[in-house]
Write a protein that binds this ligand. Sequence first.
Ligand SMILES: Nc1ncnc2c1ncn2[C@@H]1O[C@H](COP(=O)(O)OP(=O)(O)OP(=O)(O)O)[C@@H](O)[C@H]1O
Length: 335
Amino acid sequence: MENNVVLVEDLNIKIKMDEGTLTPVRGVSFEVHENETLGLVGESGCGKSLTSKAIMGINSKKCITTGKINFNINGKTVNLLDLKFGGPEIRSIRGKSVSMIFQEPMSSFSPLFTIGHQIAENVRLHITKDKKQAKEITIEAMKRVGIANPEKRFNQYPHEFSGGMLQRALIAMALVCNPKMLIADEPTTALDVTIQAQILELMKQLQKEYKMAILYITHDLGTVAKMCDRVAVMYLGRIVEVAPVYDIFKNPLHPYTKGLLGSVHKIGGGHERLFSIEGTVPLAMNLSNRCGFYERCTYRDENKCAGVEPCLREVEKGHFVACYLDPAAAPDKME
Ligand SMILES: Nc1ncnc2c1ncn2[C@@H]1O[C@H](COP(=O)(O)OP(=O)(O)OP(=O)(O)O)[C@@H](O)[C@H]1O
C-alpha cells in the first residue's frame, strides 16, 4: 500500500427499509496517504458520513457493508470489514489508529464526566492503565491543542467550555493516541468564522507534526481550498470526480462539480453557501442504471448519457471523472 494509510475499494452500503433497499454508498474507492488531506465533498445525503463512519466501524448494525477498507497498521494491511462488528480488534484500532471528530463536539462528550476524565479514558484504553500517567498524557494533549491552563480545565465539565474550546478538547481526545488517520466530519460548521480558522490551522499544524492522513468531510468548498491536497466529489453514493485541489477549482470536469463551484470565485477567495444546482439529491432507492446525476444535469446529452452509469476514468494525471461528456469540450472552465 506504499504510503497509503487507508485504501477503500468498492465500498457498498445497503440499508433494508420497509419501503425497499436503500443503497446510499455505491462502489466507492479512494485512498488517503500519510501526511495528506483528502476532502470528501458533496451535498447533504450523498453518502459522505456513512462512508467515513464505515472506516470507524460505527455505522448502525442495519447497514450492510461490503468491499474492502484496507488499513495500514505498522506496515501490515488489515481489511477493517473483516473484523467483527464492535469486537475487540476494531475497538483496539478505533481511537488509537483512526479517530474521528464531528460537527457537534457537545454530542461527543458526556455531560456527566469532566473533560479530562473523558480524554484520559482513551489513554487508559490504548496507552497505559496507570491513572497518573494517563492524566499527564491528557494534560500534555490539551496543551498541544492550545487549551490554556489545562490542569484546571482537566477537571471541568463540557458545559464549562465554549464551542471553540470544546472542539479543541475533542481534537485532543482524537489525537491523544497519535492516530495514523483523522476523520473530520464538518468539524467547524458549528463555530464562528474566526474560531473556525483557528481550528483548521490547528489541524494543519498537528498534521505536519504527526504526518497524519486526514479525511476531511464537508460541503463547504471554501475550507476545502484551505485544507485539502486532493478532493473527491461524491454524488448519490458515488465518487464522480477526484483530483488535486488546484485542479478541482481550476478545471472542474464533472457537471456536478461545476455546479458545486458555481459561486466560488478563486482558490483562497471568500466562501459562501454554494449550491446553485436545481433540485436535491434523490433518495438512493430504486435507482435506474444510468448516470445518477442525469436528471439534474444541465449538460446532459440524451445520446451520450443514455448508457449505464459511467465509471471513473483518468483524464489527466491524477484527475479522474465519471462522465460521458468530453471533458476537453466541457464548457465553463473556471477562471
Ligand atoms: N441509519 C440509516 N437509516 C436509513 N437511512 C440512512 C441511515 N443513515 C443514513 N441514511 C441515508 O443515507 C443517505 C446518506 O447519508 P449520509 O449521512 O452518509 O449523507 P451525508 O452526505 O453525510 O449527508 P450530511 O452532510 O447531511 O451528513 C441519506 O439519504 C440518509 O438519509
